[in-house]
Ligand binder design. Sequence first.
Ligand SMILES: Cc1cc2nc3c(=O)[nH]c(=O)nc-3n(C[C@H](O)[C@H](O)[C@H](O)COP(=O)(O)OP(=O)(O)OC[C@H]3O[C@@H](n4cnc5c(N)ncnc54)[C@H](O)[C@@H]3O)c2cc1C
Ligand SMILES: NC(=O)c1ccc[n+]([C@@H]2O[C@H](COP(=O)([O-])OP(=O)(O)OC[C@H]3O[C@@H](n4cnc5c(N)ncnc54)[C@H](O)[C@@H]3O)[C@@H](O)[C@H]2O)c1
Length: 463
Amino acid sequence: MPNGYDYDLVVLGSGPAGQKGAICAAKLHKRVAIVENRWALGGVCVHSGTIPSKTLREAVLYLSGFREKTFYGRSYQVKDRVVMADLTFRVDAVIKRETEVIRAQLQRNQVVPLDGYGRFVDAHTVEVESAEGTRRVTSENFLVSTGTRPASDQHYQLDGTHIFNSDQLLSLSEVPRELIVVGAGVIGLEYASMIAALGVKITILDARPTILDFIDREIMDSLQFQLRQLNVIFRLGEKVTTCVYDAERGRVIATLESGKRVHGDGLLFTVGRQANTDKLNLESAGLKTGDRGKLEVNEQFQTAVPNIYAAGDVIGFPALASTSMEQGRIASCNMFGVPSKMRPQFFPYGIYTIPEISIVGQTEEQLTHDKVPYEVGIARYSELAKGQMLGDEHGLLKLLFHSESLKLLGVHIIGERAAEIIHIGQAVLSFGGSIEYFRDTVFNYPTMAEAYKVAALDGLNKL
Ligand SMILES: Cc1cc2nc3c(=O)[nH]c(=O)nc-3n(C[C@H](O)[C@H](O)[C@H](O)COP(=O)(O)OP(=O)(O)OC[C@H]3O[C@@H](n4cnc5c(N)ncnc54)[C@H](O)[C@@H]3O)c2cc1C
Ligand SMILES: NC(=O)c1ccc[n+]([C@@H]2O[C@H](COP(=O)([O-])OP(=O)(O)OC[C@H]3O[C@@H](n4cnc5c(N)ncnc54)[C@H](O)[C@@H]3O)[C@@H](O)[C@H]2O)c1
């Protein structure tokens, strides 16, 4: 015990933030332990969030033959009737492999796994409670990366079968024939589009009159248009007050503040997330939480108590696996004398609806608000050879650039491979490049990346 503590760092929670924080500290030759109360390592990301939802999406796209319908007709599908087990089979396989990868990574970096629920005793001690009993562990530093869980509300009678949240959706035995989705955030829209691709009628309800306000409006209009083609009904500006399951009729009924009632076979409840901080006994360490249990941190990801850091969803926005990993790594660097910062303005957003959306940089709305003179260059997938080959007739890549300096200001994409090709724009944006780069570069042909050149030429022609 060189510093009088059992460890140099104890991490609470093994999601993306915790894993990367732990490994970064271990690489700096620190003695690290990671506490996890779930049966396996990986967090929400691996067990109920990112990995299951994105694997489910791949399973849906394959089994429904969704991508092939443009060529082989609307009735084309790989399997006549897709049941939940067809989807979860693939999900389970990927979760198993990912869990193994994480376990091996932590093991080879000599990060000690401590199974159980961790809670603070004081700013240098946690108690870890498991089926085997309770033990106390001391550490010079802590990283709180306990993540979030689906927000709940007493007015909604979640039974996990007819009325369920995004965690419970993964263990449904059947795909509902008619689904109501309450909450058109990223989770609600992603799952709504996946289930709609299976031919299920969906009604999306949200209290806000517009959805995903951080996304370019043209891109959102296109998403809504494409989802409507899949039989999705949007009822926006409608607050849901209660949801009940009528067992006699076998129907779920959502009552709206406006007095309307919406019926379905199942209801997915996705109205945001609550931080897992309520049982951490943070007060004993001198810490308080804010809205929905979130922890406040400074640029180094340090809380008000200097030896306690926090990263990932527990600190709130942007609450992504991608940013959580980086926050965890940066927190450990700062903790152990390697000053590091995040560059929040250049992280991309990938929204895995069908069709997928990805953005980086500023939107037209922000630029207009900030009085920045800009021009727009657009490439439509229908005019790209690769877009034709993939059968994506509606995709769109939009570049925003300064109309005088030609500096790239934002990239907004909807369509096939959006979340992959966004990184080309992200690199140019990060290095402060102009759209002349796209004009003067030769891209592989045929590729989706070629969209950048087409959009740059379109934009330059407008000047
Ligand atoms: C349905 C869904 C889809 C998503 N899709 C994407 C996506 O496509 N891309 C993306 O970037 N992000 C996505 N996200 C978000 C992403 O999953 C989260 O941002 C990420 O998992 C947060 O990582 P984290 O390290 O903060 O903690 P988490 O992954 O939330 O893990 C925290 C872990 O800590 C454990 N824990 C909590 N309290 C304690 C305690 N006291 N002691 C011990 N252990 C504890 C929890 O059980 C959990 O295992 C999605 C989320 C959801 C719900
Ligand atoms: N691809 C990705 O990156 C990805 C995917 C999924 C989740 N996530 C992360 O998970 C977070 C949580 O997502 P979320 O979708 O649960 O939450 P959210 O807060 O983004 O959306 C919740 C929505 O529910 C609506 N709502 C709340 N109460 C309502 C009511 N009573 N009636 C009608 N509508 C109501 C809100 O207006 C809001 O639009 C996201 O912010 C994101 O960071 C990311």
